[in-house]
Design a protein around this ligand. Structure first.
Ligand code: NAD
Length: 498
C-alpha cells in the first residue's frame, strides 16, 4: 500500500526521455511516524500468523509479482532507463530470492535444540530466532526492486513488518510492490511504502523502528547511522563498491572479456558490485585487452529495444563520470575505447582506460558509469594486492586457468563476495549472503545470514531434573565445588599434541 497524507508531491521522470512517469506524495515526519505506528500493529498480527501461514502468503506475494512481471519491468525500465530486458531479469532475480526466503525461513529461524554441554547436561537448550518488529528499508534506484527486496523479502520472511522508502528516482516501483503485497496479504499493512526525497528517509531513520536496512551510498549510510544512533536503532548498510576483476594466466580470455564488459557496462555501469577495475597478468594482457576493447566498441546505449544499456539515471552522476575520465587522462592514462567525448547526456558510451595511476579518482572512487580501468600486473599476487587496496570491499571476480589458485585468491580477496570464472554470480544464489566490508558497509542480506539479520536470537533453557551437588546454590559445599574443579582438570587440562 502507498501512504498519502500530504499535499506536497514530487515527480519521477524517465531519465532517457525526460517525460514524467508519475507524481508521488512527499511523506513528512508525521506521515512516516503514522506508517510506523500502523506497521507496529501489523507486525504483531504477522508474527502471530506463524511460519506456515506466512510462508503461504509470501509464496502468494511471489505469485502476484510473477503475474505482474511485465508491468513491474516496464515501470523499472521507465523510471531507471535500463533496458526492458534487464528490467525483466531484475524481476526474475527478485522472484528467485523471495521464493527462497519464504521456503527457508522456518528451517533457518525456527526452534532447534542445541547440546547443553556437560556442565548443564540436566537442561534442555533451545535456540530460536524471533522477528525484530518493524524494519525500515531505505532503497536506491539502480536495482529499485532487486536491491531493497534483498532486505524486504528476508525481513518479511523472518516475521517482521516493513516500511519501505524507495529512492526518489524510482518511487513507482515501491508503490507497485506494496500494492502487489496487499494482493496476498490484504488484512493488515505489513508492507507499506512511503515516498519522498532524502528527508523522508531521514524521518524513517529517526522513527525508532527496530532496524534500518539501508542500501545506497556510503556518505548517506553515515548520516543514517548517525540518526539511528540517537535511539540505538541497529542498521544494516549495503553501500557502494569499486570491485576488481583479476585475469590470471591460463584464464579463458574470451569468457573473461565477455563477463568483464557485461559486469562493467550493463545497466550503464550502475551496479554496486559491478566491475570497475581490471588487473591482468602480463602474459595474457595484450590478448585480453584486444578482446575487451572489441566487445566494448560494439555496445550502444539507448532507450530502444536493441540498445545494450540505458542512460545514466541520475543526472548528477554524469559530472562524476566526466571528472574521473578527465582526471585519469590528465594524469597520463590512455583511453583505448572512448574518452571524454563519450559523455553524451543522458548517455555515456563505453570508456576503457589503461595506465591509470592507482591513486586517481577513476581507480579509488566509485564511478558508477560504463567505464573500466585496465592495469597490467606482473602476476596474480600483484593483482590481488592492488585489488585489495580499495577502501571499498563489496565483491570481485577472478578468471584463472587454475582452480586451486582461483580459490586461494578468492579467499584472500578483501570482499564480501567473489565469483570465479563469472561476474556477479553470487547475487543469483539465494542461499549465499550478500554484503560488504569497509566503506561497502556491514551486515548481510540474502541467504540464512540475511534472514538472521532481521531476527533476534532467543536462548531458552529448561531444567529437566536437578543435579545432586549443584554449585549454583548457597547450600553448596566445598566438596561440591572441588568435584567441579576436578572435572575441569579431567576435561580441559590436557596438552593437545599435533
Ligand atoms: P543514495 O545514498 O543517494 O540514496 C539512497 C537512499 O537514501 C534514497 O532512497 C535516498 O532518498 C535516501 N536518503 C538520502 N538522504 C538520506 C538521509 N539523510 N537519511 C536517510 N535516507 C536518505 O544512493 P543512490 O544514489 O540511491 O544509490 C546508489 C548507491 O547505492 C551506489 O553507491 C551503489 O553502489 C549503492 N548500492 C549498493 C548496493 C549494495 O547492495 N551494496 C546495491 C545497490 C546500490
Amino acid at each position: 500500500m502507498s501512504v498519502a497524507t500530504e499535499n506536497t508531491t514530487f515527480t519521477s521522470l524517465n531519465p532517457a526521455t525526460g517525460e514524467v512517469v508519475a507524481e508521488h506524495p512527499v511523506h513528512d515526519d508525521k506521515a512516516v511516524a503514522e506508517a510506523v505506528a500502523r506497521a507496529r500493529e501489523a507486525a504483531e498480527w504477522w508474527r502471530d500468523l506463524g511460519w506456515k501461514e506466512r510462508r503461504l502468503r509470501l509464496l502468494n506475494f511471489k505469485g502476484a509479482l510473477t503475474r505482474s512481471l511485465q508491468r513491474m519491468a516496464r515501470l523499472i525500465h521507465e523510471e531507471t532507463g535500463k533496458t526492458l530486458q534487464d528490467a525483466q531479469l531484475e524481476v526474475v532475480a527478485t522472484i528467485t530470492h523471495l521464493d527462497w526466503a519464504a521456503r527457508h525461513a522456518h528451517k533457518v529461524l525456527g526452534p532447534r535444540s542445541v547440546f547443553p554441554g556437560v556442565a548443564a547436561i540436566n537442561h534442555k537448550a533451545t535456540l530460536e530466532y524471533h522477528p525484530l518488529g518493524v524494519i525500515g528499508v531505505i532503497g536506491p534506484w539502480n536495482y529499485p526492486l532487486f536491491t531493497p527486496m534483498g532486505s524486504i523479502g528476508y525481513a518479511l520472511a523472518a516475521g517482521n513488518a516493513v516500511v519501505f522508502k524507495p529512492s526518489e528516482f524510482t518511487p513507482g516501483v515501491g508503490v507497485l510492490l506494496a500494492e502487489l503485497f496487499a494482493v496476498a496479504v490484504p488484512e493488515r499493512p505489513v508492507l507499506q511504502t512511503v515516498t519522498g526525497l532524502g528527508a523522508t528517509g531521514a524521518a524513517l531513520s529517526r522513527a525508532e523502528v527496530d532496524k534500518i536496512a539501508f542500501t545506497g551510498s556510503a556518505p548517506t549510510a553515515k548520516k543514517v547511522m548517525a540518526a539511528c544512533a540517537e535511539s540505538l536503532t541497529p542498521i544494516v548498510a549495503e553501500c557502494g563498491g569499486k570491485d576488481a576483476l583479476i585475469v590470471d594466466t591460463g584464464a579463458d580470455l574470451e569468457a573473461a572479456a565477455d563477463a568483464a564488459v557485461w559486469g562493467a557496462m550493463s545497466n550503464a555501469g550502475q551496479t554496486c558490485a559491478g566491475v570497475e577495475r581490471i588487473y591482468v597478468v602480463e602474459d595474457v594482457y595484450d590478448e585480453f585487452l584486444a578482446r575487451l576493447t572489441e566487445k566494448a566498441r560494439g555496445l550502444r546505449p539507448g532507450f530502444d529495444r536493441e540498445a545494450d544499456y540505458g542512460p545514466v539515471t541520475m543526472p548528477g552522476q554524469l559530472e562524476i563520470i566526466e571528472r574521473h575520465i578527465k582526471d585519469a587522462l590528465d594524469r597520463g592514462a590512455t583511453a583505448v575505447v572512448g574518452g571524454l567525448e563519450s559523455v553524451r547526456r543522458p548517455y555515456v558510451e563505453p570508456v576503457i582506460l589503461t595506465d591509470v595511476p592507482e591513486d586517481s579518482a577513476a581507480v579509488c572512487e566509485e564511478t558508477f558509469g560504463p567505464t573500466i580501468t585496465v592495469q597490467k600486473v606482473k602476476d596474480a599476487e600483484e593483482a590481488l594486492a592492488k585489488a585489495n587496496q580499495s577502501s571499498y570491499a563489496l565483491a570481485g571476480a577472478i578468471f584463472s586457468g587454475s582452480r586451486s589458485r582461483a580459490m586461494d585468491l578468492a579467499r584472500r580477496m578483501r570482499s564480501g563476495m567473489t565469483s570465479i570464472n563469472a561476474v556477479l554470480a553470487f547475487a543469483f544464489v539465494p542461499a549465499l549472503p550478500f554484503g560488504g566490508v569497509g566503506e561497502s558497509g556491514f551486515g548481510r542480506i540474502h541467504g540464512a545470514d540475511g534472514l538472521r539479520e532481521f531476527a533476534s536470537p532467543k536462548a531458552i533453557t529448561r531444567q529437566r531434573f536437578a543435579l545432586p551437588g549443584s554449585v549454583v546454590t548457597f547450600s553448596r559445599t566445598e566438596k561440591d565445588l572441588s568435584r567441579v574443579l576436578q572435572l575441569m582438570n579431567i576435561l580441559h587440562a590436557k596438552q593437545h599434541k599435533r
